[in-house]
Design a protein. Structure first.
Lengths: 371, 256, 295
């Protein structure tokens, strides 16, 4: 019998779970330690934290282990866990100029105050499989000495500030001073920019990549220049009752991108002098692809008259929500036989009636055996 | 007699600062076709769109009088009242059928939409009325269930007309109804419009850059230039004896 | 780790209940709410689950069905979730339940005034058939501008000689809002009309809840001369209990393609087998007496 058998369903689920446990640990290899995932798969962890919308590398790593490396499932686990956590407070604004940088580049200028710092990136490596990793053993390499003269500065001003001071950047509209929280306030389209950015910050990276890519290839009008990409550690401050100043409770690793686009690409603010527009991307963890896409989509969704999917905020925001998308995609595996029966009935009736004939109702509405 | 439409000091200025029209005033009497002629940029389209309640005027009043509704100040209505009026009393025929018709629905469905918006709920009677309207605009009944994309431009305009007339509006607005059509098709469409005006006694506002069109249909005409009405009066008189230099220019270029 | 009663924190449950109150006050209107992620996927009943979690008290008795069956794997999974996080009693008997959560069917037995039916909704927006944009469908609801839906039905009749929407058939609630009854078969639509129980609809992924309060007129869209028509089973009967008046599942029995039919509502079927005279009881709330076949 199928999986809707009377009394068969419970067993089927239990057996399936047992099988899953077997698959997760079969073979002779040692169990993967969560700590190993945190330390040696940091980019997977960073992606899961960003899409799970929760900064906790250990939990993200646990989710990755539990889901056998299915990062979308892992993000889902983290999001579900997030639902159980109480909201303690909203911190004061994090100023990214105070980021303890490990990487910082600009495509807009050849050189900038503070320097172009490549940091740990694969951008300029050759993508050749390293077979020496098949049998890796031995201790981890020593941390390299810093190459920045005088050590890392405390504050590194954002490059966009220089453009802003010269009056070259159009200012964002002032009509939404209070930012909404999409996990607390229901918002309807068109949503304010703070809501758009929140959606993008936790969106599915694959979906965002496809849409951002489309806007670069003619389905949209964004010609972005990366003014700045920075990766580093941001101190998190919280207000403590009884203390005047907020207290630093730790650091989070984050990525920030600012993209400059010609103002004609998106809604002009109506000023007579031409200016650049800014697209903003931010994510928890080291997430460069995500933040670049986020900044590009931030710009493309400003189009007054959407002429391409990436410009249509309803389209973009509804479809980059990975947790919703994966859920609904997978839901097609659920039984749909009642509705299918309805369709079968109809198709058969129409075939029997033949072309051009109007079928008399076989049963009157509401007809049934009387009570 | 009471005008169907009475417009005073209509002014439309767009958010970009561009002026659409300034201080336009006119009346349309029951059963009358009023022409509005001018080159592109003259403001005639702004006037039309304001009367069609498609954009809010910057200034001005318009009083609409219909047998069913009585007298209404149409610029002062809310969204629902505006929609009600546009669905039943003031109908617009667009220059470009692609803007007005849904090309994914059959021609008949496009016409039926007007009836359904007016709460018709009997399929058989809807079909009858659609057929009647098709006959009225001289469209082949066998094409009722075809998609508009399979119709010629002239036929698409007739579908628009059928839909516009579906709820027997008191005022019909025509925006360059023959634009883009062959000369012979134009002539037949204009004949149809004239017949409809005569048979249905529907008042019409006809906007065109083409004096010929206006000459054939409109009893009275407004000549517009740079947002203002520069001359108005009986169409025949304007054509025979234009007073203003701009009108003289227009008439002269028409004859040559 | 210990979870709160019924998983969601009290603040979240309260905000869902507030949305539900608004929904009950405006029958058929889709109330936006902030959907929480649950340990069950979006698209798998999270809207219904959040509603049930928000309403559950320790003395509630919960029944969960999917396609009418108590033993459908997803229904079992959801029922387990309630039992585990709220410790409430569960049942398969419709009349015992205080809250029934369902996917794609309304139970065959009439529900009473002390029962709540929570329906899982994938597509809360009935106008999505004719309009993809949320901003536009909002306006259409606000202005009661449903002409385009009727145009779609008109075109359906033109093309096929009848309205061919098979399930999730649009309804007009209290003469005002257009509502999707969720993908229940047309067969179940009449049960919504002037019922004694409360119907609550939850769409977690789409973040909407809506309601049909008791004794509300519900009309399935139709034309005066093309009335609403439910599915017909052409006189077939359930092979287990003999019913000819329930919604039947068709099952392929063997390699030759032979079919057999059984009640979709498994709990009702079991009861009818014990008591063939058991009535469904939804008949009385439908208005004038129905015309029987052959009369």
């Amino acid at each position: 019998m199928g999986y809707v058998a009377v009394c068969g369903g419970e067993n089927a689920i239990r057996n399936s779970e047992t099988l899953l446990q077997f698959y997760r640990r079969r073979g002779e290899s040692d169990p993967i330690q969560v700590r190993q995932i945190v330390q040696q798969m940091r980019l997977a962890v960073d992606r899961v934290m960003a899409e799970g919308s929760l900064y906790d590398p250990t939990l993200a790593a646990l989710a990755i282990k539990q889901t056998e490396g299915d990062l979308v499932e892992a993000a889902f686990l983290v999001r579900a866990y997030r639902s159980t956590l109480p909201r303690l407070q909203t911190t004061p604004l994090l100023r990214t100029s105070g980021m303890r940088l490990i990487r910082r580049i600009s495509a807009a200028f050849k050189d900038v105050p503070g320097g172009q710092v490549l940091g740990p990136t694969r951008d300029y490596t050759q993508r050749l499989l390293d077979f020496s990793l098949l049998d890796e053993c031995g201790p981890a390499p020593e941390p390299p000495r810093t190459v920045l003269p005088g050590g890392a500065p405390e504050e590194t001003e954002r490059i966009s500030e220089y453009l802003r001071r010269e009056g070259l950047l159009s200012e964002p509209s002032r009509d939404a001073p209070v930012s909404v929280d999409i996990t607390r306030d229901p918002v309807s389209f068109p949503v304010p920019r703070s809501a758009r950015l929140q959606h993008l910050a936790r969106g599915d990276e694959g979906g965002m990549l496809a849409l951002a890519y489309s806007s670069m290839r003619g389905f949209g009008n964004v010609h972005p220049t990366v003014a700045e990409l920075r990766v580093g550690y941001l101190p998190v401050r919280v207000a403590v009752p009884g203390l005047l100043e907020p207290v630093v409770i730790g650091e989070i690793l984050a990525t920030e991108v600012e993209v400059i686009a010609r103002d004609g690409d998106a809604g002009s603010d109506g000023s007579s002098s031409p200016q650049f527009g800014l697209g903003y991307g931010f994510a928890l963890g080291h997430n460069e692809r995500r933040t670049i896409c986020m900044a590009i989509l931030d710009r493309s969704m400003l189009a007054a008259q959407p002429s391409a999917p990436a410009e249509d905020q309803e389209f973009v925001l509804s479809h980059i929500e990975g947790i919703e998308a994966q859920g609904f995609t997978n839901h097609w595996k659920l039984p749909h036989y009642v509705d299918f029966q309805s369709e079968l009935d109809q198709l058969r009736a129409r075939r029997a009636a033949g072309p051009g004939t109007r079928e008399e109702p076989l049963i009157a509405p509401c007809a049934e055996v009387p009570a | 007699m009471t005008p169907v439409l009475s417009v005073r000091d209509l002014t439309v200025t767009y958010p970009s600062g561009v002026v659409g029209c300034v201080d336009v005033s006119f009346d349309i009497l029951p059963g009358e076709i009023l022409g509005v002629v001018g080159e592109s940029g003259s403001g005639k389209t702004s006037v039309l769109n304001a009367i069609a309640l498609a954009l809010p005027p910057t200034r001005g009043d318009a009083r609409f009088d219909s047998p069913r509704l009585g007298s209404q100040a149409i610029f002062a209505l809310n969204a629902q009242e505006t929609r009600w009026l546009r669905q039943r009393e003031i109908a617009l025929v667009h220059q470009n059928p692609h803007r007005a018709l849904n090309f994914d629905l059959s021609a008949g469905a496009n016409v039926a939409e007007a009836l359904l918006a007016a709460d018709w709920r009997h399929y058989g009677r809807i079909r009858q009325r659609v057929a009647e309207l098709f006959r009225r605009v001289e469209l082949d009944l066998t094409r009722m269930d075809d998609l508009p994309g399979r119709f010629s431009g002239g036929m698409q305009q007739r579908v628009q007309l059928a839909r516009a007339l579906a709820n027997s509006p008191a005022l019909l607005l025509l925006d360059e109804p023959t634009g883009g059509l062959d000369v012979s098709i134009q002539a037949r469409l204009l004949d149809l419009i004239r017949e409809l005006s005569r048979d249905l006694r529907t008042a019409m506002l006809l906007v065109s850059h083409d004096l010929e069109v206006v000459r054939l249909l409109a009893r009275r005409t407004l000549v517009m230039q740079q947002g203002r009405v520069v001359e108005s009066g009986l169409t025949d008189q304007i054509l025979e004896d234009p007073q203003e230099p701009y009108t003289q220019l227009l008439v002269h270029s028409m004859l040559t | 780790m210990r979870y709160t009663f019924a998983f969601l924190d009290e603040q979240s449950k309260r905000s869902v209940r507030r949305a539900l109150l608004k929904a009950v006050a405006i029958p058929g209107y889709q109330v936006p709410f902030v959907s929480r992620e649950l340990p069950i996927s979006y698209g798998w009943g999270t809207g219904g689950i959040q509603i049930t979690c928000a309403l559950l008290g320790p003395n509630d008795i919960v029944k969960v069905i999917d396609q009418g069956a108590d033993d459908s794997v997803n229904a079992l999974n959801i029922k387990r979730f309630f039992a585990r996080t709220a410790g409430v009693a569960t049942t398969t008997l419709t009349r015992e339940a205080t809250i029934i959560q369902t996917r794609h069917r309304i139970p065959e037995e009439r529900l009473s005034a002390s029962q709540i039916l929570v329906l899982q909704v994938p597509y809360p927006e009935p106008l999505r058939l004719v309009e993809p944009r949320e901003t536009e469908t909002s306006r259409m609801h606000a202005e009661g501008d449903y002409g385009r839906m009727y145009v779609a039905l008109y075109e359906d009749i033109v093309r096929h000689g009848e309205i061919t929407l098979p399930w999730d058939y649009p309804t007009r609630i209290n003469g005002r809002y257009l509502m999707s009854p969720s993908p229940i078969p047309r067969f179940d639509n009449p049960k919504l009309h002037l019922a004694e129980c409360l119907f609550l609809f939850g769409a977690g992924r789409e973040k909407r809840v809506y309601a049909v309060p008791p004794h509300t007129p519900v009309e399935s869209l139709a034309f005066d001369d093309y009335p609403f028509r439910a599915e017909s089973f052409h006189g077939r009967r359930c092979e287990r209990c003999g019913s000819t008046d329930t919604y039947l599942d068709e099952v392929i029995v063997d390699a030759s393609g032979r079919r057999s039919h059984q009640c979709s509502d498994t709990a009702f079927c079991l009861q009818r087998r014990a008591n063939p005279a058991l009535s469904r009881g939804w008949g009385h709330n439908r208005g004038p007496a129905p015309r029987r076949e052959g009369t």
